[in-house]
Design a protein around this ligand. Structure first.
Ligand code: THU
Length: 134
């Protein structure tokens, strides 16, 4: 594994320690990497009103986008699932908004297997800006 990829994984793993998960006790960590190499750490943030909880992936995207970032090269997501974690549908739609279809995504769970996938594999036949007029 390359040095950069190892760093991205470490950022995602470290994020789990900061997750705010008093209800699910299920921390998730993410590392979103810009094309310029900057990393944004994401973690899930829950709420007593459960539906307001925000996933690690969307935290990372909203942090980056709110800082003016628009170009991304890689996303890593880590959680304590038996197999590589599977991002939720809402997060996949947010990924589609900001990432090229071929952008690589690395998923990791407790078995240590790194699943390498892409945005378009995670959400095929997606609705996006290309479907809107104008
Ligand atoms: N969660 C994430 O943060 N990312 C995922 O990919 C799956 C689910 C969070 C939402 C909630 O805080 C907890 O995990 C249990 O669903």
């Amino acid at each position: 594994m390359g040095k950069a990829k190892k760093e991205w994984l470490d950022v995602a793993i470290a994020a789990m320690d900061k997750a705010y998960v008093p209800y699910s006790h299920f921390p998730v960590g993410a590392c979103l990497v810009t094309k310029s190499g900057k990393v944004y750490q994401g973690l899930n943030i829950e709420n007593a009103s459960f539906g307001l909880s925000n996933c690690a992936e969307r935290t990372a995207f909203f942090k980056a986008v709110s800082e003016g970032e628009r170009e991304f090269q890689h996303l890593v997501v880590v959680g304590h699932t038996p197999e590589p974690i599977s991002p939720c549908g809402a997060c996949r739609q947010v990924m589609v908004e900001f990432c090229e279809p071929t952008m690589p995504v690395t998923l990791l769970g407790d078995d240590g297997v790194m699943k390498e996938t892409t945005i378009e594999s995670l959400l095929p036949y997606s609705f996006s800006s290309k479907d809107l007029p104008g």
